[in-house]
Design a protein. Structure first.
Length: 241
């Protein structure tokens, strides 16, 4: 009797193991539905399709070998940058910028680097640059400019700016998006300060990928003497990918 009982017990265990094997094969062949949180340690190798219904969070690097198709909107906080060449800046009403002393403002080398130099508050002409808004643009357009001066920096020193936005097959923008002037907060005679020019919500609402944006900056300093020097300009925006 005991031997027969043991044999029956072994058969039950074998049947249970076989059922688990068949279930696992069906699960991997037809897909497994997990309810609740599942934590896996190690590698996951999927030879067929993977469908995720709901949110998916990846912590760490993700490598995709092959094509990836996304239906819907992919959002993140990736920041893209582009440089604004100083030599590409145009003086409003004058034309291309020349050497300092031949145009106001003009290009000169100070502190060992090329700069746009406003000789004093008497020079206030705006300098502009036009660029096409990249196809991966989402929002958050701003500019950073490196500013310096030959004289002590009072609160009166500032850079004014505005934006024009032009769209395909639409009449040229006749009214600018006026922006708030930006001032340095430190003495920039021996050092420099990076000023941030952030487009306001009104301007951002009118900018989309593919538009043409013209930005103008000008010397809004009220000092009688002392240069206003722009050493570098960079644009930044939030990308969709």
């Amino acid at each position: 009797m005991k031997g027969a009982f043991e044999m029956k017990k072994i058969k039950i265990i074998l049947l249970f193991a076989a059922s688990l094997f068949v279930f696992s094969q069906m699960a991997f062949a037809g897909g497994t539905l997990y309810r609740g949180d599942k934590v896996g340690k190690g590698s996951l190798d999927i030879e067929h399709n993977l469908t995720v219904r709901g949110n998916s969070s990846v912590e760490g690097n993700q490598t995709v070998a092959g094509n990836q198709t996304i239906t819907g909107t992919l959002t993140n906080s990736r920041t893209r940058t582009f440089d604004v060449p100083l030599a590409g800046l145009m003086i409003n009403g004058t034309g291309p910028m020349g050497a300092d002393g031949t145009t106001a403002p003009g290009l000169a080398t100070t502190d060992g680097i090329p700069k746009v130099v406003y000789a004093s508050s008497a020079e206030a002409a705006s300098i502009g640059y036009t660029f096409m808004v990249p196809s991966d643009y989402s929002t958050g357009l701003l500019f950073r400019a490196m500013l310096s001066s030959s004289a002590a920096t009072p609160a009166s020193m500032s850079i004014g700016w505005e934006l024009y936005v032009n769209k395909n097959a639409v009449a040229f923008d006749a009214a600018s998006y006026s922006q708030t002037a930006v001032s340095p907060t430190t003495n920039i005679t021996a050092t420099n300060e990076y000023l941030t020019f952030t487009a306001d919500a009104t301007a951002l609402s009118g900018i989309t990928a593919g538009d043409s944006v013209t930005v103008w900056w000008w010397n809004a300093d009220t000092r009688v003497s002392g240069t206003t020097e722009i050493g570098a300009v960079q644009g930044r925006y939030t990308s969709t990918m």
